[in-house]
Design a protein around this ligand. Sequence first.
Ligand SMILES: [Zn+2]
Ligand SMILES: [Zn+2]
Length: 371
Amino acid sequence: MDMTSVRRDLHRIPERGFQEFKTQQYLLHFIENLPQDRLQVKTWRTGILVLVQGESPSKTIGYRTDIDGLPIKEETGYEFQSEHDGYMHACGHDLHMTIALSILEYYATHRVKDNLLFVFQPAEEGPGGALPMLDSEEFKAWKPDQMMALHIAPEYPVGTIATRPGLLFANTSELFIDLTGKGGHAAYPHHTRDMVVAASHLVTQFQSIVARNVDPLDSAVVTVGKIDGGTKQNIIAEKARLEGTIRTLSADSMSKVKTRIEAMVRGIEASFECEASIDYGSNYYQVNNSPEHVQTFMDNMKRLSDVSLVECREAMTGEDFGYFLKEIPGFMFWLGVNSSSGLHTSTLKPDESAMETAYLALTSYLNEIAN
Ligand SMILES: [Zn+2]
Ligand SMILES: [Zn+2]
């Protein structure tokens, strides 16, 4: 297959989570044109599951790609830029899908002993497709014994594969807090309950959570990235909304941080006579690499002359693939794509030749463990 043209076709049609209808059609069309003798195909919502029947299977090995885009207006200047205004494949899922198709095509035409399951998962960026997919009858019927996935990494050069045993990605949670008080004239504060002041106190209090409640040998982030409140400079604000994110290295710290946030919000309600609600939005469980499986993969990568293997540190990014790894052992790795713009930016330009590195790496590893 021509990986570049498939990636560019997919790049043109980014869609948001659970709305990946054109993407699903494109993928199904590609899969239907492969030799069908050992393939079984099922759809689940906007996702797809493809089982490659092995010759004498003793296990099933799963490979997952995410398929959704992001609500970002593209500014790459690509001639194949997004045709969906305001949406972009700004997290590399177009490359992830193309790599999955290339491996699927290889095993549709080359012998393999074990079963392989290709998982095309919707809604990684939100609201989260991994958890409901894992619970679906379609997935359970073909549940693999081990699973893997990759993510592009702009900061590494092409040819680099980076991973580590144990924790790779953090626990993450969104954070939305709505405060409601009483608005009024700026010159009559005693008749109002000012939510700009309440929100300011809350943000300041949050700064002590990481400093004073989290074990210094653990790590966490509590960031409020956006505040909305008020209507005009001389009107006291009736409402304020805080939007942020929580990241922790341990699942334990995530619940501790949330407990502290809830206590502080209750305190703000009491001290500013207001009403508050908390919504955690999408929550992603940590990506924890099974040391045994990732070691076999890393040993295989060390033998490949086209791959430079890096044992990296864990990152505070989130990935809903963590839910798969909570139930099924396996691992995830970074694929270097050498882009000066990062993930989730409007100018992300991954080097397409990295897809070839992933193809070589994954077929080399699967030929070792599935044959
Ligand atoms: Zn992303
Ligand atoms: Zn992503």
